[in-house]
Design a protein around this ligand. Sequence first.
Ligand SMILES: *Cc1c(COP(=O)(O)O)cnc(C)c1O
Length: 485
Amino acid sequence: MLSQAVFRYNEAVKETSDNLLRRLPPVHRLLTAPAVSALAERLPPALLTESARAVLEATRKALAESDGTGAVPGEAELAARVAEEALRRATPSLQRAINATGIVLHTGLGRARLAEVARDALLEVADGHSLLEIDRETGRRGSRRDHVRGLLCELTGAEEATVVNNCAGAVFLAVTTLAAGREVVLSRGELVEIGGAFRMPDIVRASGATLVEVGTTNRTRLSDYTDALTERTGLILRCHPSNFALVGFTEETPTAELVALGRERGIPVMDDQGSGALIAPILLGLPGRKGSLRESVAAGCDIVTASGDKLLGGPQAGLMLGRKEIIERIARHPLARALRVDKFTLAALEATLRLYREPTRALAAIPTLRYLTRTEPELRRLAQRLRARLRAVLPADRFSVALMPESSQVGGGSLPGEDLPTVCVALRARNGSPSPDAIAAALRRHTPPVFTRIKADDILFDPRTLEPNEIAVIAEAVKPLASSE
Ligand SMILES: *Cc1c(COP(=O)(O)O)cnc(C)c1O
């Protein structure tokens, strides 16, 4: 009885939704509606048709789910939705954005910003043919590795160098080449997750190696390593836990001692540096950070890996530096071909590395380095300029715009306590409306989108990661708030 009643009820509902659906206009009618046909000159016909189909499909679905209670939108309303959908689809997805978060290496916002010469070099090879893999003396096939190998060796003191797609790829390739089917010895204090899907134990496992954990979370002595070595050990691995710090009762085996142990037992020692500084971190305002690429190479590591787009400030890449015999073995592995870098990366990386021949030039020309080393007076000046621009576009009775001493983060694996002092511009609506979340969302929807931080009731603009010409863009993005309710 009951089930029959339910069946009849469902049938009735189905009928009403079917009736509703029948009242939707067909695709071709929507395409001739004024809101849509006005776009026909600018947008491809197929894009408009697809958008109309998508809007009708979404409307049908909403009506079906409303169990016959939903209202059918009018034709003009549907046409407006189609136009909006078409414009959304016509907008590039990967767009330039403004980073007012103060996070210098913001992974979501594309990490390092390239130096001007790196950008120019990239455009140059994008625009024409290039000497990517050709020897201009002989006219024969050359190697793409040659463009950065010499520079990397010169700047780090390494015997040999190569580059792959990113540092995760470099670690994967190195562990696969040197230790697949064998054991990798790693301290429990370095079993790190760098972010996203990069977890050291997973990488080692995926490389076909077996992870042998040694020591404890806070202390790992040389004897812990010595005791773990067997005839199956393929690699002694060190990984910089770049996003957390161990404090208190800790002990770490010095890299030089690991190198001596590896030499004695004929086992390669690898140092995954991650952040990859070519200039001593203390000169970058990061006194808490240990090590630089040169230091690891000088300690005698057989292989050192690092990111191209962290503290180095170049394009996404995975640098591999070390002993000739080891790097060559790695570069010959079939996986190296799968992880190889493209010409754009090489062009940008070579140009970035060339700047490091004169460290003062690198500090001035590489945005990442410039942002890290910005002084308080410079940050204050930028903040004052931004404050003035925002005050000029926002009514003072509704919005408060003030300077606020704050701290910026390095990002891309920052150490706790590594915050850099800064001066932010704090913006808030005096009566709390729009809310900080609503303001942040509006700024993100602007073209170009502006990304900020929220702290309690304030939107913070951190000038650390801004170029002076971006201040006007932010003022433009903020303008609509003046007329908001
Ligand atoms: C960031 C990081 C990686 C991964 O580098 P990508 O270039 O993002 O692939 C690997 N190891 C360490 C120690 C890192 O800090």
